[in-house]
Design a protein around this ligand. Structure first.
Ligand SMILES: Cc1cc2nc3c(=O)[nH]c(=O)nc-3n(C[C@H](O)[C@H](O)[C@H](O)COP(=O)(O)OP(=O)(O)OC[C@H]3O[C@@H](n4cnc5c(N)ncnc54)[C@H](O)[C@@H]3O)c2cc1C
Length: 322
Protein backbone atom coordinates (compact mmCIF):
# COMPACT_ATOMS: atom_id res chain seq x y z
CA UNK A 1 0.00 0.00 0.00
CA UNK A 2 1.29 3.45 -0.90
CA UNK A 3 0.99 6.73 0.94
CA UNK A 4 -0.78 9.85 -0.30
CA UNK A 5 -0.47 13.27 1.30
CA UNK A 6 -3.24 15.76 0.56
CA UNK A 7 -2.48 19.43 1.14
CA UNK A 8 -5.63 20.77 2.77
CA UNK A 9 -6.71 24.25 1.77
CA UNK A 10 -8.59 26.50 4.12
CA UNK A 11 -9.56 30.11 4.01
CA UNK A 12 -10.94 32.07 6.95
CA UNK A 13 -11.14 28.87 8.99
CA UNK A 14 -13.20 26.98 6.42
CA UNK A 15 -11.96 24.05 4.37
CA UNK A 16 -12.30 24.29 0.61
CA UNK A 17 -14.49 21.72 -1.19
CA UNK A 18 -11.51 20.88 -3.41
CA UNK A 19 -9.78 19.42 -0.33
CA UNK A 20 -12.61 16.88 0.04
CA UNK A 21 -12.33 16.05 -3.66
CA UNK A 22 -8.62 15.28 -3.20
CA UNK A 23 -9.27 13.20 -0.08
CA UNK A 24 -11.91 11.24 -2.01
CA UNK A 25 -9.47 10.57 -4.84
CA UNK A 26 -6.79 9.44 -2.36
CA UNK A 27 -8.98 7.19 -0.22
CA UNK A 28 -10.69 5.56 -3.23
CA UNK A 29 -7.26 4.44 -4.44
CA UNK A 30 -6.95 2.22 -1.36
CA UNK A 31 -3.74 3.95 -0.27
CA UNK A 32 -2.98 5.29 3.18
CA UNK A 33 -4.26 8.87 3.15
CA UNK A 34 -2.87 11.69 5.25
CA UNK A 35 -3.43 15.43 5.11
CA UNK A 36 -1.39 18.46 6.04
CA UNK A 37 -3.27 21.43 7.43
CA UNK A 38 -1.57 24.82 7.75
CA UNK A 39 -2.88 27.98 9.35
CA UNK A 40 -3.26 29.91 12.57
CA UNK A 41 -5.84 28.47 14.99
CA UNK A 42 -7.16 25.87 12.56
CA UNK A 43 -7.07 22.74 14.76
CA UNK A 44 -10.90 22.67 14.76
CA UNK A 45 -10.81 21.63 11.09
CA UNK A 46 -9.07 18.30 11.69
CA UNK A 47 -12.40 16.60 12.46
CA UNK A 48 -13.67 17.34 8.95
CA UNK A 49 -10.48 16.05 7.33
CA UNK A 50 -10.91 12.90 9.40
CA UNK A 51 -14.51 12.52 8.19
CA UNK A 52 -13.36 12.67 4.59
CA UNK A 53 -10.88 9.84 5.06
CA UNK A 54 -7.56 11.23 6.34
CA UNK A 55 -6.07 8.75 8.81
CA UNK A 56 -3.15 11.03 9.81
CA UNK A 57 -3.29 14.80 9.91
CA UNK A 58 -0.10 16.86 10.08
CA UNK A 59 -1.13 20.05 11.81
CA UNK A 60 1.10 23.11 11.42
CA UNK A 61 -0.14 26.16 13.28
CA UNK A 62 1.76 29.41 13.53
CA UNK A 63 1.08 33.13 13.42
CA UNK A 64 3.19 33.25 10.20
CA UNK A 65 0.52 31.08 8.55
CA UNK A 66 -2.34 33.44 9.33
CA UNK A 67 -2.18 34.63 5.75
CA UNK A 68 -1.03 32.46 2.87
CA UNK A 69 2.47 32.99 1.55
CA UNK A 70 4.36 30.65 -0.79
CA UNK A 71 7.46 30.86 1.43
CA UNK A 72 5.82 29.84 4.70
CA UNK A 73 3.60 27.18 3.09
CA UNK A 74 6.60 25.67 1.30
CA UNK A 75 8.51 25.38 4.60
CA UNK A 76 5.51 23.73 6.26
CA UNK A 77 4.63 21.35 3.44
CA UNK A 78 8.27 20.28 2.98
CA UNK A 79 8.43 19.33 6.66
CA UNK A 80 5.16 17.37 6.40
CA UNK A 81 6.51 15.55 3.32
CA UNK A 82 9.70 14.74 5.27
CA UNK A 83 7.68 13.24 8.11
CA UNK A 84 4.98 11.49 6.04
CA UNK A 85 7.29 10.29 3.22
CA UNK A 86 4.39 10.04 0.76
CA UNK A 87 4.52 8.45 -2.69
CA UNK A 88 2.02 10.96 -4.03
CA UNK A 89 1.29 14.57 -2.98
CA UNK A 90 -1.96 16.18 -4.14
CA UNK A 91 -2.97 19.84 -3.98
CA UNK A 92 -5.77 21.81 -5.53
CA UNK A 93 -5.01 23.79 -8.70
CA UNK A 94 -6.24 26.88 -6.89
CA UNK A 95 -4.41 30.22 -6.94
CA UNK A 96 -2.43 29.08 -3.87
CA UNK A 97 -1.83 25.50 -5.05
CA UNK A 98 -0.54 26.66 -8.41
CA UNK A 99 1.70 29.14 -6.55
CA UNK A 100 3.51 26.96 -4.01
CA UNK A 101 3.51 23.49 -5.64
CA UNK A 102 6.17 24.34 -8.27
CA UNK A 103 8.36 25.59 -5.40
CA UNK A 104 7.88 22.29 -3.55
CA UNK A 105 8.71 20.33 -6.71
CA UNK A 106 11.85 22.40 -7.27
CA UNK A 107 12.99 21.99 -3.66
CA UNK A 108 12.53 18.20 -3.86
CA UNK A 109 13.87 17.91 -7.42
CA UNK A 110 10.80 15.94 -8.53
CA UNK A 111 8.17 16.31 -11.25
CA UNK A 112 4.87 18.14 -10.97
CA UNK A 113 1.82 17.66 -13.18
CA UNK A 114 -0.32 20.75 -12.86
CA UNK A 115 -3.93 21.59 -13.68
CA UNK A 116 -4.95 17.94 -14.01
CA UNK A 117 -8.55 17.24 -14.95
CA UNK A 118 -8.36 13.47 -14.44
CA UNK A 119 -6.21 11.32 -12.18
CA UNK A 120 -5.81 7.59 -11.92
CA UNK A 121 -3.97 6.10 -8.96
CA UNK A 122 -2.86 2.51 -9.02
CA UNK A 123 -0.70 1.56 -6.05
CA UNK A 124 1.99 4.21 -5.89
CA UNK A 125 1.63 5.12 -9.56
CA UNK A 126 -0.17 8.24 -10.60
CA UNK A 127 -1.37 8.83 -14.15
CA UNK A 128 -3.01 12.15 -14.93
CA UNK A 129 -4.64 13.91 -17.86
CA UNK A 130 -4.09 17.63 -18.32
CA UNK A 131 -5.05 20.15 -20.99
CA UNK A 132 -2.39 21.63 -23.26
CA UNK A 133 -2.38 24.26 -26.05
CA UNK A 134 -5.08 26.32 -24.32
CA UNK A 135 -7.32 23.27 -23.95
CA UNK A 136 -7.16 22.25 -27.66
CA UNK A 137 -5.73 18.89 -26.63
CA UNK A 138 -5.07 16.88 -23.51
CA UNK A 139 -2.03 14.81 -22.62
CA UNK A 140 -1.67 11.83 -20.37
CA UNK A 141 1.26 12.10 -18.00
CA UNK A 142 2.97 9.51 -15.85
CA UNK A 143 5.91 9.95 -13.54
CA UNK A 144 9.41 8.55 -13.90
CA UNK A 145 12.23 8.31 -11.40
CA UNK A 146 12.37 8.45 -7.64
CA UNK A 147 10.68 10.75 -5.18
CA UNK A 148 7.08 11.71 -4.55
CA UNK A 149 4.79 12.34 -7.50
CA UNK A 150 3.26 15.81 -7.27
CA UNK A 151 0.03 16.94 -8.91
CA UNK A 152 -2.40 19.82 -8.69
CA UNK A 153 -5.99 18.92 -9.58
CA UNK A 154 -8.45 21.42 -11.03
CA UNK A 155 -11.28 22.18 -8.53
CA UNK A 156 -14.61 20.53 -9.45
CA UNK A 157 -12.87 18.24 -11.98
CA UNK A 158 -13.47 15.19 -9.79
CA UNK A 159 -16.48 14.76 -7.56
CA UNK A 160 -16.42 15.21 -3.78
CA UNK A 161 -17.14 12.08 -1.73
CA UNK A 162 -19.64 11.82 1.11
CA UNK A 163 -18.14 12.12 4.60
CA UNK A 164 -17.51 8.88 6.47
CA UNK A 165 -18.51 9.05 10.14
CA UNK A 166 -16.83 6.01 11.74
CA UNK A 167 -13.24 7.07 11.35
CA UNK A 168 -10.51 8.30 13.67
CA UNK A 169 -7.42 10.14 12.55
CA UNK A 170 -4.12 10.63 14.33
CA UNK A 171 -3.32 14.33 14.64
CA UNK A 172 0.42 14.97 14.46
CA UNK A 173 1.38 18.54 15.41
CA UNK A 174 4.49 19.85 13.66
CA UNK A 175 6.28 22.82 15.08
CA UNK A 176 8.47 24.83 12.76
CA UNK A 177 10.59 27.93 13.33
CA UNK A 178 9.41 30.32 10.65
CA UNK A 179 12.52 32.45 10.98
CA UNK A 180 14.39 34.00 8.09
CA UNK A 181 11.31 34.45 5.87
CA UNK A 182 12.07 37.08 3.24
CA UNK A 183 8.54 38.41 2.98
CA UNK A 184 5.55 38.77 5.27
CA UNK A 185 1.90 39.26 4.29
CA UNK A 186 0.59 41.97 6.60
CA UNK A 187 -2.95 42.36 5.37
CA UNK A 188 -5.35 41.00 2.78
CA UNK A 189 -7.78 43.53 1.41
CA UNK A 190 -10.77 41.62 0.15
CA UNK A 191 -12.75 42.57 -2.90
CA UNK A 192 -16.27 43.73 -2.13
CA UNK A 193 -17.97 40.79 -3.82
CA UNK A 194 -19.98 38.45 -1.61
CA UNK A 195 -20.42 36.02 -4.50
CA UNK A 196 -18.69 32.65 -4.73
CA UNK A 197 -15.37 32.59 -6.57
CA UNK A 198 -15.72 31.59 -10.24
CA UNK A 199 -12.99 28.96 -9.92
CA UNK A 200 -14.80 27.14 -7.12
CA UNK A 201 -18.51 27.67 -7.71
CA UNK A 202 -20.59 24.68 -8.90
CA UNK A 203 -22.33 26.95 -11.44
CA UNK A 204 -21.06 30.00 -13.34
CA UNK A 205 -22.99 32.52 -15.44
CA UNK A 206 -20.63 34.55 -17.62
CA UNK A 207 -21.13 37.60 -19.78
CA UNK A 208 -19.14 39.04 -22.65
CA UNK A 209 -18.49 42.30 -24.44
CA UNK A 210 -22.06 42.20 -25.76
CA UNK A 211 -23.34 43.22 -22.31
CA UNK A 212 -22.20 46.73 -23.32
CA UNK A 213 -21.88 48.13 -19.78
CA UNK A 214 -21.12 47.25 -16.16
CA UNK A 215 -24.74 48.11 -15.25
CA UNK A 216 -26.11 45.62 -17.77
CA UNK A 217 -24.28 42.83 -15.92
CA UNK A 218 -27.17 43.13 -13.46
CA UNK A 219 -29.18 40.67 -15.60
CA UNK A 220 -26.29 38.18 -15.42
CA UNK A 221 -26.13 38.68 -11.62
CA UNK A 222 -29.87 38.12 -11.28
CA UNK A 223 -29.70 34.82 -13.18
CA UNK A 224 -26.65 33.83 -11.11
CA UNK A 225 -28.57 34.60 -7.89
CA UNK A 226 -31.39 32.23 -8.82
CA UNK A 227 -28.86 29.46 -9.49
CA UNK A 228 -26.56 30.28 -6.55
CA UNK A 229 -23.87 30.71 -9.20
CA UNK A 230 -20.74 32.82 -9.54
CA UNK A 231 -20.53 35.57 -12.16
CA UNK A 232 -17.80 35.25 -14.77
CA UNK A 233 -16.73 37.40 -17.69
CA UNK A 234 -14.77 37.25 -20.92
CA UNK A 235 -11.59 39.21 -21.19
CA UNK A 236 -13.26 41.67 -23.55
CA UNK A 237 -15.82 42.44 -20.81
CA UNK A 238 -13.05 42.82 -18.23
CA UNK A 239 -10.91 45.00 -20.50
CA UNK A 240 -13.95 47.20 -21.12
CA UNK A 241 -14.23 47.69 -17.35
CA UNK A 242 -17.56 45.86 -16.95
CA UNK A 243 -16.17 43.37 -14.41
CA UNK A 244 -13.11 43.00 -12.17
CA UNK A 245 -10.24 40.85 -13.39
CA UNK A 246 -10.93 38.27 -10.64
CA UNK A 247 -14.07 37.30 -12.60
CA UNK A 248 -12.25 36.69 -15.88
CA UNK A 249 -12.49 33.18 -17.25
CA UNK A 250 -9.88 31.96 -19.69
CA UNK A 251 -6.24 31.56 -20.52
CA UNK A 252 -5.23 34.76 -18.76
CA UNK A 253 -8.02 34.58 -16.20
CA UNK A 254 -9.32 31.71 -14.12
CA UNK A 255 -9.81 28.13 -15.16
CA UNK A 256 -13.21 26.80 -14.16
CA UNK A 257 -14.83 23.36 -14.23
CA UNK A 258 -18.34 23.86 -12.84
CA UNK A 259 -21.28 21.51 -13.22
CA UNK A 260 -23.03 24.25 -15.22
CA UNK A 261 -21.50 27.10 -17.28
CA UNK A 262 -23.80 29.58 -19.00
CA UNK A 263 -22.03 31.78 -21.54
CA UNK A 264 -24.10 34.86 -22.41
CA UNK A 265 -23.01 36.83 -25.45
CA UNK A 266 -19.52 35.30 -25.49
CA UNK A 267 -18.10 34.37 -28.88
CA UNK A 268 -16.01 31.43 -27.63
CA UNK A 269 -12.52 32.53 -28.62
CA UNK A 270 -9.90 29.85 -28.00
CA UNK A 271 -8.51 31.80 -25.01
CA UNK A 272 -11.95 31.82 -23.37
CA UNK A 273 -12.54 28.14 -24.12
CA UNK A 274 -9.22 27.35 -22.45
CA UNK A 275 -10.76 28.43 -19.17
CA UNK A 276 -14.15 26.71 -19.32
CA UNK A 277 -14.34 23.87 -21.81
CA UNK A 278 -14.03 21.20 -19.08
CA UNK A 279 -17.32 22.42 -17.55
CA UNK A 280 -19.74 19.49 -17.22
CA UNK A 281 -22.66 21.20 -18.98
CA UNK A 282 -22.23 24.28 -21.18
CA UNK A 283 -25.13 26.48 -22.21
CA UNK A 284 -24.50 29.23 -24.79
CA UNK A 285 -26.73 32.18 -25.59
CA UNK A 286 -25.63 34.07 -28.68
CA UNK A 287 -27.23 35.91 -31.59
CA UNK A 288 -24.71 34.46 -34.05
CA UNK A 289 -25.42 30.82 -34.94
CA UNK A 290 -21.84 30.54 -36.24
CA UNK A 291 -20.27 31.64 -32.92
CA UNK A 292 -17.54 29.13 -31.94
CA UNK A 293 -19.00 28.80 -28.43
CA UNK A 294 -21.74 26.59 -29.95
CA UNK A 295 -19.09 24.03 -30.90
CA UNK A 296 -18.46 23.25 -27.24
CA UNK A 297 -21.99 23.89 -25.94
CA UNK A 298 -24.30 21.11 -24.78
CA UNK A 299 -27.30 23.43 -25.17
CA UNK A 300 -27.45 26.49 -27.38
CA UNK A 301 -29.93 29.34 -27.62
CA UNK A 302 -29.66 31.52 -30.73
CA UNK A 303 -31.08 34.76 -29.49
CA UNK A 304 -30.61 38.13 -27.87
CA UNK A 305 -29.28 37.71 -24.34
CA UNK A 306 -31.21 40.79 -23.18
CA UNK A 307 -34.42 38.86 -23.97
CA UNK A 308 -33.29 35.29 -23.18
CA UNK A 309 -31.49 35.81 -19.85
CA UNK A 310 -34.42 37.49 -18.01
CA UNK A 311 -36.80 34.83 -19.40
CA UNK A 312 -34.50 32.04 -18.23
CA UNK A 313 -34.28 33.67 -14.82
CA UNK A 314 -38.09 33.85 -14.50
CA UNK A 315 -38.57 30.22 -15.58
CA UNK A 316 -35.88 28.98 -13.17
CA UNK A 317 -37.46 31.03 -10.38
CA UNK A 318 -40.81 29.36 -11.04
CA UNK A 319 -39.20 25.89 -10.99
CA UNK A 320 -37.49 26.75 -7.69
CA UNK A 321 -40.70 28.02 -6.13
CA UNK A 322 -42.56 24.81 -7.00
C1 LIG B 1 -2.92 36.27 -25.17
C2 LIG B 1 -4.40 36.38 -25.06
C3 LIG B 1 -5.03 35.96 -23.90
C4 LIG B 1 -6.42 36.06 -23.79
N1 LIG B 1 -7.02 35.61 -22.64
C5 LIG B 1 -8.37 35.61 -22.57
C6 LIG B 1 -9.05 35.10 -21.43
O1 LIG B 1 -8.45 34.69 -20.43
N2 LIG B 1 -10.40 35.10 -21.44
C7 LIG B 1 -11.14 35.56 -22.51
O2 LIG B 1 -12.39 35.53 -22.44
N3 LIG B 1 -10.51 36.06 -23.58
C8 LIG B 1 -9.16 36.13 -23.64
N4 LIG B 1 -8.55 36.67 -24.74
C9 LIG B 1 -9.38 37.44 -25.70
C10 LIG B 1 -10.11 36.55 -26.71
O3 LIG B 1 -9.29 36.32 -27.82
C11 LIG B 1 -11.40 37.26 -27.18
O4 LIG B 1 -11.07 38.49 -27.71
C12 LIG B 1 -12.45 37.46 -26.07
O5 LIG B 1 -12.68 36.25 -25.40
C13 LIG B 1 -13.73 37.96 -26.71
O6 LIG B 1 -14.66 38.25 -25.73
P1 LIG B 1 -16.22 38.22 -26.05
O7 LIG B 1 -16.60 36.89 -26.53
O8 LIG B 1 -16.91 38.78 -24.87
O9 LIG B 1 -16.36 39.32 -27.19
P2 LIG B 1 -16.61 39.19 -28.74
O10 LIG B 1 -15.59 38.33 -29.39
O11 LIG B 1 -16.77 40.57 -29.24
O12 LIG B 1 -17.97 38.40 -28.88
C14 LIG B 1 -19.20 38.90 -28.51
C15 LIG B 1 -20.23 37.83 -28.84
O13 LIG B 1 -21.48 38.25 -28.38
C16 LIG B 1 -22.47 37.96 -29.38
N5 LIG B 1 -23.55 38.96 -29.18
C17 LIG B 1 -23.56 40.28 -29.47
N6 LIG B 1 -24.71 40.87 -29.04
C18 LIG B 1 -25.42 39.87 -28.46
C19 LIG B 1 -26.69 39.83 -27.83
N7 LIG B 1 -27.41 40.94 -27.66
N8 LIG B 1 -27.14 38.65 -27.35
C20 LIG B 1 -26.41 37.51 -27.49
N9 LIG B 1 -25.19 37.49 -28.09
C21 LIG B 1 -24.71 38.65 -28.56
C22 LIG B 1 -21.76 38.10 -30.71
O14 LIG B 1 -22.39 37.32 -31.69
C23 LIG B 1 -20.37 37.56 -30.34
O15 LIG B 1 -20.29 36.15 -30.56
C24 LIG B 1 -7.18 36.59 -24.85
C25 LIG B 1 -6.52 37.02 -26.02
C26 LIG B 1 -5.17 36.91 -26.12
C27 LIG B 1 -4.48 37.36 -27.39
Amino acid sequence: MGKILVIAEQRDGKLKKSTFELLGLATQSGNETSAVLLGDGVSGLTKELEQYGATSIYLIQDASLKFYSAESYTLGVLEAIKQASPDIVLASHSPTGRDFMPKIAACLGVGLASDCTQAQISGVNLKVRRPVYAGKATVEVEFLGQGPRLATIRPNAIGAPKPISAQTAKVIPISIQFTGLKTKVIEIVKGNSARPDVAEAPAVVSGGRSLKSAENFKIIEELADVLGAAVGASRAAVDAGYRAHRDQVGQTGKVVSPVLYIACGISGAIQHLAGMRTSKCIVAINTDPEAPIFQVADYGVIGDLFAVVPLLKEELKKIKEH
